[in-house]
Ligand binder design. Sequence first.
Ligand SMILES: Nc1ncnc2c1ncn2[C@@H]1O[C@H](COP(=O)(O)OP(=O)(O)OP(=O)(O)O)[C@@H](O)[C@H]1O
Ligand SMILES: [Mg+2]
Length: 488
Amino acid sequence: MRRVQVQVWKTEKGETAMNGFKISKHLKLPPEAVAWVIGFLAKRNAGKTYNAADLCEEMLKAKIPVIVIDGMSVWWGLRSGKDGTGSGLPIVILGGEHADIKLDPTKIEKVVEALLQTNTSAVLDIGQLRKGEQMRVVTAFVEELYRLAFKYPAERHVFIEEADMFAPQKPFKEESRCLGAFEDLVKRGGNRNLGCTLITQRSASLNKNVLTQADCLVIGRTTAPQDKAAIQAWVEKHSEKDKHELEEWYDSLNGLKKGEAWVWNADEEWNIFKKVQFRERETFHATRKFMLTKHAQQIKLMDATEFIEKFKDKFEPKPTPKPVSKPEPHLVPEKATYDTKHKVLNIPIEPPVTFKSGETKRLPVPTQKDVDAAMETVRVNQTLPNIMVQQFKPTIQLSVETLQEPTSALGRVCVVLKNDAQAGGRQDAWTTKRITTHIRNHAWDDAGVEDAVNQLIRWEILRKQSNNYLRFYPQRIQVSETQTQMEV
Ligand SMILES: Nc1ncnc2c1ncn2[C@@H]1O[C@H](COP(=O)(O)OP(=O)(O)OP(=O)(O)O)[C@@H](O)[C@H]1O
Ligand SMILES: [Mg+2]
C-alpha cells in the first residue's frame, strides 16, 4: 500500500474542497483517495464508466486536476449537464468528435507539459485512432506525465478506460513499453502525487503486477470465473478474510445490479468493505447506443473558452514581440513624441489650445467631413483623444464626450465594447455582427465597423479565440474625464 501525504485543497472561494468524494448515498471516499490506485472491475454494461465518472465528477468539483484516457469516446459528457443541456464541469476535450483542441499524436509531450503547467483537467479522446496509434499516444502520454509530475507538483488523478488494453497480462512486443509506463504510474506514481483509476471489463486480461498494486477495488457484476480469479489474486494479497466467507462473496458478484458494486480498501487505516449503489451522475452519460439516436445532435457542451484559452496559451504560446526601439511608423502621427525612457508614445490629439487664465472654452468637435478628409490614423486621434502605444499594445483613452457621440467607426466600436463591459456583459463572445447590432441600437452609422474591429484585433484589444468569437480586454480602453490640454 502506498502512503501519500495529501494537501488540503481549496476552491476558488477559499473553502476546503477536500471533504472527500461522495460516490454513493452511503459512502464517501476520503480525500486521500486522489492518490490511490483504484480498479473498477465489472462485466460489460454493469456501470463501470458511469460509476467511475461519479468519482471523476467529485474530483473535478473539488478542483483536482484529472486526466481521462478515453478509448471509448464517451467521457466528453463530463462537459455537459445530466440531460445533455445544462452546464457540465470544466474539462478540456483533446481529440475526438467533441474536441476543443485536435489531438496531434506528434505533440503529445507538449500537450502533457501544458496540462501540468496549467493544472488543466482533460479528456484525451483517442477512440477514433487506430489501435497502434492509440498505443503510441498513451505510452508517450503516460511516460511524460510520470516524468514531469515532479516538475509541476500537484495531486492529480488519471482515469483509464479499457486499462487492460494498455497494461495487458500478456503483452505483445510493441505493447511492453506501454505496460512499462503503466507499471511506473501504478507502482511509483504515488511518490509524484499521481493516483489513477483503472477501468476494465476483463479483469483477467489486466496485468497482474498492475492489478495487485491497487489500493482499492470497486467490483461490480462479475460472472466469468477467470475474472473472479483475478479479483481473488488481489484479495489474497490484501485481505485475511475467511475463505468460506469469501467463496460466498465471489458467488454473490453474479447478482449485482447496474450501478451496484463492492468498494474494498483493506488498508487498516481505511478498512472499507461495503456494497453500495453508486449515486446518479451529475453530468451527461454518453452511451454508444444513445449517440446513434437523433437526440445526440442536441447535446450542448458547457462553454469552457476561458479555461481552454489558458491551456492553449501554454500549449501554443504566442510569439513574443521583438523588442523595439521605435514603434511602427503607420501608428505614429507626425506630432507624436516618443518617451525613450519609458518606451511610451504620446500622441496629441489636437493642437494645444491656449486659454486666458480663468476662461473656459470647449474644444471644437470635428465634423464627420473633417474626419473623412483626414488620414486614418488622424481620424482615430480626433475621436479618441489619447492613444498611448506601449510596446505595440496601445491603451485607448475615450473622453466622456466621445462616449455620448463618437464620430468615427473605431470610436463607435470602442464605446459599444466599453459600455457593455461596464454593464457587466460577457466579454468573450463578441462578433462583428453583435458589435454592429449594438451600434445600430444607438442609431449610429454602422459603416467601417469591420475595419475598426480588425484594427482592434491588431492592437490586441480584441482577440480572436479558437471558437472564432472575439474576446474584449476592457482594461485596454479607459474612459478619461479630461479631453483638453491647457496652457494657463
Ligand atoms: N449508479 C447508477 N445509477 C443509475 N444508472 C446506472 C448506474 N450505473 C450504471 N447505470 C446504468 O447502466 C448503464 C451501463 O453503465 P455503463 O455504461 O457505465 O456500463 P459499463 O460497465 O461501462 O459498460 P461497458 O463495458 O459496455 O463500457 C448506464 O447507461 C446507466 O443507464
Ligand atoms: Mg464503459
